[in-house]
Ligand binder design. Structure first.
Ligand code: BDP
Length: 332
């Protein structure tokens, strides 16, 4: 009798443990960058923190290098369907779902990275994150921002002025404003190419170049095929850690609060990693013999001037906020 009781208890214990283990919620996170890139390091740290702080109730599986979704629009759609819990994306494709986001990535909006962070960490930036969540149909939450420096053109041909851009086929992110930006320069925008496929498309001549920050230009190997980096620094497009409302709907308020805290905590982690990577990428690119073209003040002013219509075409609804962002810039 005693033996049977022990057996029953043992079985009950095993079943209990099994169900506790299966009570763990597994959530997927998609990232286009490879291991070691600042955003990828931060995603992994986010996953570690979430598992630690929820005492193992939540496990975040991180899929790097675009292995789960090759493009960011595809991962955003997966978030909307609830097939994916998190995706670290650039703010640029988010504006297809929440148009207001364009207001924080207008060309030549920020004087420096410090100016951008004062905005993003302040009331304006936080209100845009909330705006993603409050958007009625997007089905998304914006948890935090990551740094992505400034973006410049890189091409297979030398460019010193706007006139030199004429007719070039340039890959841009999937965002109507970025397409229009390239048109305003007299070049032809090409979309639908994920960042991991840019190198190949340049190498085969489908496009003559693209635009991005030093780390992506270097890490994706694009600098090996587009050997001219034109330092026009037209935009600062922050990254956003997005979450899916549908995938997280059954989490307890306590676990949801932990997730939000962990995202806020890794933001600074990523910013620190970013600074290191930006410097080392620039060094690698320069050492490889890339021609880095500094624009004359006149040429740079012309790039800026050509892009001005974008403020009316894509920012008119948020002009007050855009002006406030510029006002904050006076201190930088
Ligand atoms: C990089 C961003 C990445 C974007 C990529 C792009 O980190 O999220 O997907 O640009 O241009 O800077 O698509």
């Amino acid at each position: 009798m005693k033996r049977i009781l022990t057996l029953v208890l043992a079985v009950a214990l095993i079943l209990g443990l099994a169900s506790a283990a299966s009570a763990q919620t597994v959530l997927k996170l998609a990232e286009v960058h490879k291991e070691g890139y600042p955003t990828a390091l931060a995603d992994v740290e986010f996953a570690r923190l979430v598992e630690e702080k929820t005492e193992g109730r939540i496990k975040v599986e991180v899929y790097l290098g675009g292995t789960l979704y090759e493009t960011e629009p595809a991962s955003i759609e997966a978030l909307q369907l609830g097939d994916l819990a998190f995706s670290r994306v650039s703010a640029s494709p988010v504006s297809n779902f929440v148009p207001a986001i364009n207001a924080i990535q207008m060309p030549y909006l920020y004087k420096s990275g410090a100016h951008m962070w004062a905005v993003l960490n302040g009331e304006i930036g936080q209100s845009f994150l909330k705006g993603i969540e409050e958007h009625e149909t997007a089905g998304l939450m914006g948890l935090c921002y990551y740094d992505a420096g400034s973006r410049s053109f890189y091409l297979t041909k030398e460019v010193h002025t706007v006139a030199d851009m004429a007719g070039l086929k340039i890959r841009v992110q999937d965002n109507a404003m970025m397409k229009r930006m390239v048109e305003l320069l007299g070049a032809t925008p090409v979309t639908g190419i994920g960042p991991t496929a840019v190198r190949e498309n340049i190498a085969t001549g489908v496009i003559n170049g693209a635009e991005n920050n030093w780390p992506t230009y270097q890490n994706m190997g694009d600098y090996e095929v587009a050997k001219f980096y034109i330092l026009d620094q037209h935009t600062r497009v922050p990254e956003i850690m997005l979450a899916s409302k549908a995938a997280l709907k059954d989490l307890s308020p306590e676990d949801m609060a932990i997730i939000r805290e962990c995202a806020v905590a890794v933001q600074q982690f990523e910013i620190d990693e970013w600074a290191k990577k930006e410097a080392s990428s620039e060094e690698i690119v320069r050492a490889a013999g890339t021609t880095v073209i500094e624009l004359t003040p006149e040429a740079r002013a012309e790039f800026e001037e050509r892009m001005l219509p974008l403020y009316q075409e894509f920012g008119a609804q948020w002009m007050d906020l855009i002006n406030q962002i510029k006002e904050i810039g006076k201190d930088f």
